[in-house]
Ligand binder design. Structure first.
Ligand code: SAM
Length: 228
């Protein structure tokens, strides 16, 4: 997984914009709008941050004095992130595994993950870590692809996702690894929103909202850390 993302890192942003027709940035903006109220001194964590696009969208939305941390286990991706920020007040970018977070229990007000949970080797382990570092009442925001629900749109989407996207992805990414064939296959194998809500529940994360975009092709899962 790490090698696959390393191989597409240099063209990752460009491919995101092209292959989603620019919609990916709108979905990240929707995620930012679902942030909980955050006070100075509190911390927010963006996991699987990749090249830092979620962090870039989050930063201006946070009140002064809020600290933004962002991490990813693929160094080739995360080294591209800091150049998107002014040096002063830039998020703390680190290389790290979402399944073994180096943070204290209950130390974040919000945790965000965009298009990352599906790629974590064991999503339940990742979810348990996210729940652990969230303060009670803190919010988890997961943006993730899903299978569209409407039959007609689904047929069209499948054709694009399984036929056109892998071809374009291979051509434009310059990578020998078929990352853009892996993408649709991993989305189809990923739990449905209802199944994911159950997995989150088991981790102590109560799902409050599942907002669908592009007829369910992308879902924003908003969950709250319950318990003490
Ligand atoms: C599709 S990219 C998403 C990047 C970014 N969040 C975005 O919205 O563009 C998925 C990212 O998840 C990272 N990733 C996968 N498994 C991980 C893990 N166990 N720990 C940390 N990062 C992981 C990959 O390195 C990759 O950068």
């Amino acid at each position: 997984m790490r090698g696959m993302f390393a191989s597409i890192a240099p063209r990752y942003d460009l491919l995101n914009r092209l292959l989603s027709l620019g919609l990916d940035q709108r979905w990240r903006t929707a995620l930012v709008r679902s942030l909980p109220e955050t006070a100075p001194g509190q911390r927010v964590l963006d996991l699987c941050t990749g090249t830092g696009d979620v962090a870039r969208a989050l930063q201006p939305a946070l009140p002064e004095g809020t600290r933004l941390h962002a991490s990813d286990f693929c160094e080739e991706m995360v080294v591209l992130a800091p150049s998107k920020f002014a040096t002063e007040g830039a998020p703390a970018f680190t290389v790290g595994d979402a399944m073994a977070l180096p943070y204290r229990d209950r130390s974040f007000r919000a945790v965000t993950v965009a298009f990352g949970l599906r790629n974590i080797e064991q999503p339940p382990v990742g979810l348990a870590e996210m729940a652990r570092v969230l303060e009670p009442g803190g919010r988890l925001l997961v943006l993730e692809f899903s299978r569209p629900e409407r039959k007609l749109f689904s047929a069209f989407y499948r054709f694009y996702f399984f036929r056109i996207l892998p071809f374009m992805g291979r051509l434009l990414s310059g990578s020998e690894i078929d990352a853009y064939r892996y993408l649709p296959e991993s989305v189809w194998a990923f739990p449905t929103p209802a199944q994911l809500a159950e997995e989150m529940d088991r981790a102590g994360l109560a799902v409050r909202e599942q907002r669908r975009f592009l007829m369910g092709a992308v879902v924003l899962h908003v969950a709250e850390r319950v318990g003490m």
